[in-house]
Design a protein around this ligand. Structure first.
Ligand code: CCH
Length: 288
């Protein structure tokens, strides 16, 4: 009898865990970047890949990784994300079987977990698509706007108020760069560790307009070393948003749980999975 023909390689949980481990290793080793970690910019890449989703037309979202191409890669909102894509290129070469779109999201999951955030369950199934699937400009939020804009943009993806506030807690991480968005500075004092500090600082600090020639942003009156965007302050000006800011400021566990649920949903928008919802995987972190 002839030997059973070897089918195409079907990667399993263990194979994706290997990719996770490779991203985590690079994150730990390349600690000269920015505040000492590529974690925040990797998370931003995963978010901007996903946040183009439109529930009416079921277009956009993380399936496709169309940000690799112009025009999407050149959209103003995506300025600076090449750093994240370049970081991941050697890992894509090492694991050629994974799609860019699955890799970007897996890296977002890895970034959150490695920066001591909650576990984010994951399932693969995203397929790369060509540039004809690029989304139109203007689907991602504009930081100069108010709560009605936040509701319009995240409502288009299908999120409610509570989820919008939970997702915004990602701004505990990373910073604004003048050569990317035009804004400047970090939101918290620990921009490479996931905490609920973003909400605490929003409520506890006094925020005033920064006096400078750049775009309108806030700075904390006390140290003038932290920043908030107009869209960040909208979360405490709006009554409904504010109740959730208060809940998350008061309880990091509640924040982690609801952040994990909302991010999981964000990362899956518009993806035609073969793997069932109850078959998601949770990856081991480097420190587990
Ligand atoms: Fe954000 N974000 N974001 N953000 N963001 C920026 C940076 C990060 C808005 C605007 C900006 C989310 C929601 C919003 C991250 C994650 C998330 C910057 C600075 C702007 C501007 C970019 C630069 O200059 O490098 C606006 C507006 C909204 C909603 O209204 C959501 C949701 C997430 C993830 C779940 C992360 C992380 C960063 C830091 C990136 C870095 O390079 O440090």
């Amino acid at each position: 009898q002839a030997a059973k023909a070897k089918g195409p390689f079907t990667p399993k949980y263990e194979d994706y865990q290997k990719v996770y481990d490779a991203v985590a290793k690079e994150l730990a080793e390349k600690d000269e970047y920015d505040d000492g970690s590529y974690g925040p910019v990797l998370l931003r890449l995963a978010w901007h890949a996903s946040g183009t989703y439109d529930k009416e037309t079921n277009t956009g979202g993380s399936n496709g990784a169309t940000m690799r191409f112009a025009p999407e890669g050149d959209h103003g909102a995506n300025a600076g994300l090449k750093a994240a894509r370049d970081f991941l290129e050697p890992i894509k070469q090492q694991f050629p079987w994974i799609s860019y779109s699955d890799l970007w999201i897996l890296s977002g999951v890895c970034a959150i977990q490695e920066m001591q955030g909650p576990k984010i369950p994951y399932r693969p199934g995203r397929a790369d698509r060509d540039l004809s699937f690029c989304t139109p400009d203007g689907r991602l939020p504009d930081a100069s706007k108010d709560q009605s804009h936040i509701r319009a943009i995240f409502g288009r993806m299908g999120f409610n108020d509570q989820e919008m506030v939970a997702l915004s807690g990602a701004h505990a991480l990373g910073r604004c760069h003048t050569d990317r968005s035009g804004y400047d500075g970090p939101w918290t004092f620990s921009p490479t560790t996931m905490t609920n500090d973003y909400y605490k600082l929003l409520l506890e600090e006094k925020w005033a307009w920064k006096k400078w020639n750049g775009p309108k942003q806030f700075e904390d009156v006390k140290t003038k070393s932290l920043m908030m965007l107009p869209t960040d302050l909208a979360l405490i000006k709006d009554k409904s948003f504010r109740t959730h800011v208060e809940r998350y400021a008061n309880d990091n566990e509640v924040f982690f749980k609801e952040f994990s649920d909302a991010v999981l949903r964000l990362f899956e928008l518009g993806v035609p999975f073969a793997q069932a919802e109850d078959q998601r995987w949770t990856f081991k972190s480097s420190f587990d």
